[in-house]
Ligand binder design. Structure first.
Ligand SMILES: NC(=O)c1ccc[n+]([C@@H]2O[C@H](COP(=O)([O-])OP(=O)(O)OC[C@H]3O[C@@H](n4cnc5c(N)ncnc54)[C@H](O)[C@@H]3O)[C@@H](O)[C@H]2O)c1
Length: 269
């Protein structure tokens, strides 16, 4: 089903590294007409877009866009739509991780996480919707996290932003299907990106961006609403919904492990 992405115009936020960069590469490999990469990191945007433009000339565009600023997200999406008069995909992907004990969380941290992880996705989604309704098609893919599906100790702030992304996007799917719109939610577990920079090694169950995107793009083509990866996260998600006592054993043991890691190594992983 390569044609699902062929000759399509896409927008990606947080496209200059990690999962967003993987999305860019996978769209180009699958024949996209143009990918508009948005990010706040100009250096990475320039380096990666120049590299990709050699492989896919005339198909990669960059916009310095901070997802906490509605007008900058608007500019990114408007430019993409103006390119060929249609907007096929919007990947609201920019986000920041936060794993901290409650006593270290400030209200300022809450606000920053909500502004980037939730308001950023809201700005992208609600800017794209009227354009897509008008044209009668479009697929919006919002990056959440497994932490939005199941409770994870030391990630209350992050989880709150990601579960809001999940429930908003699910609601929109059922409201706007009749207008020709499609929604998907990515719920990654551990994927090796700069999120794990500074650790001696990424978590043992972490997969590469390429492995993650192979699975995610196959599911996006199938128009799956909730896309969870890797397999171990699909298993734990089912455990949470179908066998809470067993799930709780796993999650209390994770809490103990994180407490001990933090005490001995200063990090949770
Ligand atoms: N890597 C994982 O294990 C993992 C797990 C679950 C969810 N996620 C989610 O995946 C998404 C991508 O994360 P990643 O792991 O690729 O991290 P990453 O740090 O490699 O990439 C995030 C990108 O977003 C950009 N960004 C940060 N703030 C921004 C802002 N205000 N406006 C625009 N761009 C901004 C960064 O410059 C960076 O290029 C995030 O939403 C993250 O929460 C990642």
């Amino acid at each position: 089903m390569k044609e699902y992405f062929e000759n399509k115009v896409a927008v990606i936020t947080g496209a200059a590294s990690g999962i967003g960069l993987g999305m860019t590469e996978h769209l180009l490999k699958r024949g996209a007409m143009a990918v508009f990469m948005g990010d706040i990191n100009q250096e990475n945007l320039t380096r990666e877009s120049e590299r990709l433009n050699l492989l896919f000339p005339g198909k990669v565009f960059t916009v310095l866009a901070d997802v906490t600023k509605l007008e900058q997200v608007g500019e990114l999406i408007t430019k993409a739509e103006a390119f060929d008069g249609h907007l096929d995909f919007v990947f609201n992907n920019a986000g920041v991780g936060l794993t901290l004990p409650t006593e270290k969380i400030t209200f300022e941290m809450w606000k920053t996480a909500i502004d980037i992880n939730l308001m950023g996705v809201i700005y992208g989604t609600y800017t794209a919707i009227p354009i897509m309704r008008e044209q009668g098609f479009g697929h919006i893919i919002n990056t959440a996290s497994i932490a939005g599906r199941i409770p994870i100790p030391y990630q209350a702030v992050y989880a709150a932003t990601k579960s809001a992304v999940i429930s908003m996007t699910e609601s929109l799917q059922y409201e706007l299907k009749a207008d020709g719109l499609q929604f998907s939610i990515l719920c990654p577990g551990n994927v090796i990106t700069s999120i794990f920079q500074g650790l001696a090694a990424p978590p043992a169950d972490a997969i590469t961006v390429d492995e993650a995107m192979d699975y995610a793009f196959q599911e996006i083509e199938h128009k799956s609403l909730v896309i969870i990866f890797p397999q171990s996260m699909r298993d734990i998600d089912v455990l949470y919904r179908e066998n809470l006592p067993e799930f709780e054993k796993v999650v209390y043991s994770l809490a103990a492990e994180r407490r001990e890691n933090y005490r001995t190594k200063g990090t949770y992983y």
